[in-house]
Design a protein around this ligand. Structure first.
Ligand SMILES: [Zn+2]
Ligand SMILES: [Zn+2]
Length: 345
């Protein structure tokens, strides 16, 4: 079968790789139809690593995927051949302390599709997965929409973990695809004012269409001053979705006493700094988000209701052979790209 293999830094190659072998009894053979390009994929593409997770080339990446069930192992009950599915790319062991505590996303033996040294990803014609990773989607949902389920599940999880009080005033710092997903989830909740920041004008425009109270570019304006001027009591919750260490510090300054900083973005540095006294005096709670936990079905249900509103998130489409162009576009933030999706026939 055909695969798009990451052969080196900024270097993809179309390669023939062996078809998956015989299916285990709970395995599903999936024909991949759409793969979203994620910021984490871009780290592997441009730097060959995220922190200590280092790619050994050649390697297949891609984890925001949707497809059609081609074949099933004889004990599979969740899906049938022909079912359109969204993929949960996290394969947990089901036995360790984390899995038994209801935390399969931090499973000790976690194997994540497209993560170095774990499992090869989805930029290929076929993938074999345990049935628990296969989520049927409504017939009305396109493959492209179903590929949004994975990042949307992170948005659902981030909002759930923030334990948002009714009518909370909040900020979303960074409205790339994950920040936009958080924003779409917030729009389905009883939220107060939403403040948004990003360094890219097109992203602020897209976010502004979701009835935000204010948006601004931190390179152009003092976002802490602007937001605290409009919200003198400050904010209940800040969702940091940019990965920019400066935004983490802005988040701390923007929170009211008892507020919650939700860290969703992935910084490029190993360490970030903020004022421990500001944290302490205001009793700020910091909630860290590691992908998502048990939010895939919730994301499918939400997407089914908000499909029309969320469709503009996918701004660019590429064929498998054009994967490199897709990654260059996302890495360079060019042409107003929000989510680029690679599609397979
Ligand atoms: Zn992702
Ligand atoms: Zn486990």
């Amino acid at each position: 079968m055909k695969a798009m293999v990451l052969a080196g830094i900024r270097q993809f190659a179309v390669t023939q790789v062996p078809e998956p072998g015989t299916l285990g009894e709970h395995d599903v053979l999936v024909r991949i139809r759409a793969v979203g390009v994620c910021g984490s994929d871009i780290h592997y593409y441009t730097a060959g690593r995220i922190g200590s997770q280092v790619v050994r080339f050649p390697f297949i990446i891609g984890h925001e995927a949707a497809g059609v069930v081609e074949k099933t192992g004889h004990a599979v009950t969740r899906v049938r051949p022909g079912t359109t599915i969204a993929i949960d790319p996290a394969v947990s062991c089901g036995r360790c302390d984390q899995c038994r505590a209801g935390r399969p996303h931090t499973c000790r033996e976690l194997l994540f599709l497209g993560a170095p040294t774990q499992l090869e990803g989805c930029l290929r014609e076929f993938v074999v997965l345990p049935e628990k990773c296969c989520y049927p989607v409504p017939e009305s949902m396109t493959f492209e929409q179903a590929a949004l389920v994975e990042p949307l599940a992170i948005g659902v999880y981030a909002v759930e973990r923030s334990a948002m009080p009714p009518r909370a005033n909040v900020a979303v710092l960074g409205v790339g695809p994950i920040g936009m997903c958080v924003l779409h989830v917030l729009r389905t909740r009883d939220v107060g004012h939403i403040y948004v920041t990003d360094k890219i004008a097109e992203r602020l425009v897209m976010a502004g269409q979701l009835e935000t109270a204010w948006d601004g570019n931190p390179d152009r304006v003092d976002v802490v001053r602007e937001i605290s001027h409009r919200e003198p009591l400050l904010l209940d919750i800040v969702y940091e979705c940019s990965g920019d260490p400066a935004a983490i510090s802005q988040g701390v300054q923007l929170l009211k006493p008892g507020g919650t900083l939700v860290v969703v973005g992935i910084p490029e540095t190993d360490e970030v700094g903020f004022s421990i006294h500001e944290l302490r005096r205001k009793e700020i709670t910091i909630v860290n988000i590691r992908r998502q936990c048990e939010c895939t079905q919730k994301a499918i249900d939400l997407l089914a209701r908000r499909a029309a509103a969320m469709d503009p998130l996918v701004t660019h489409r590429f064929a498998l052979e054009e994967t490199q162009a897709a990654f260059e576009m996302v890495a360079g933030y060019s042409d107003g790209v929000m989510k680029a999706v690679v599609t397979l026939p």
